[in-house]
Design a protein around this ligand. Sequence first.
Ligand SMILES: C[S@@+](CC[C@H](N)C(=O)[O-])C[C@H]1O[C@@H](n2cnc3c(N)ncnc32)[C@H](O)[C@@H]1O
Length: 248
Amino acid sequence: MLDKKTLIATENQSFQSQEFFNDQWKVYQKILDNNYMGHHEIYSVLEKFLLSYFQQPLKMLDLGCGDANFTAQALLNSTITSYQGIDLSIPALEIAKDNMGKIQCDTTFTQGNFSELIPELMLTQRHSFDAILCSFALHHLSLEEKDLIISQIKELLTFNGVFILIDVFRQAAEDRETYLRRYLQSVRQDWSLLTSQEYLLLENHISTSDFPETQQTFHAISQKYNFSRFECLCDNVNNATQILCFYR
Ligand SMILES: C[S@@+](CC[C@H](N)C(=O)[O-])C[C@H]1O[C@@H](n2cnc3c(N)ncnc32)[C@H](O)[C@@H]1O
């Protein structure tokens, strides 16, 4: 069952998530099926990291978990005992429940905006999560929102906990316009099975909603909030994607 309290979404959130599910979900599945964003390589690095770093029971929070398909595969042989997924989309969470069903652990699925739910978790689950994952969901936020959320995530991590950020990034000194031109050009060139309608939908989504930062910006944020270590596990998959670890 979904967490009843958090099923009360604002109309705006509910509209956004429904829109994402209806219009963009099928395109996103096609992108994943063709590995256009490099999920296979990225999640194989994540799986190795989870296996080597977490030898003790692992409690994970997954922000913007979507259908948790790749996360579930990466967790298959891990020490996971507890998994909490948060997403705006109820249909995605229903699929996530099925995908996580093959993993032996306690699961909780919460519908809502993680920016609003994290302050609530800070009241009840401070220093509770060994790993907090956010995969391809943070780049929609402004820099100020990203900065705030990372400071709050630190408070949710256990003392040896890690925030794992998988996302698209601008190159050092690359501005957003240049990034968008470069990224969309590679989408046009390499994501050849997208129809022109699917490409237009994606172009519109990326141009209006993607606000990636540079790795250097996240390094500076990690220092600002006194994370003990900052590491890039995987650089430049598909010319844009990285896995960054913020060690509490
Ligand atoms: C591109 S999908 C990524 C799904 C999955 N994490 C992955 O890597 O394949 C982005 C997901 O984040 C969710 N999302 C985006 N912003 C969110 C927010 N502020 N709060 C909760 N979920 C959010 C969307 O509903 C969507 O399911």
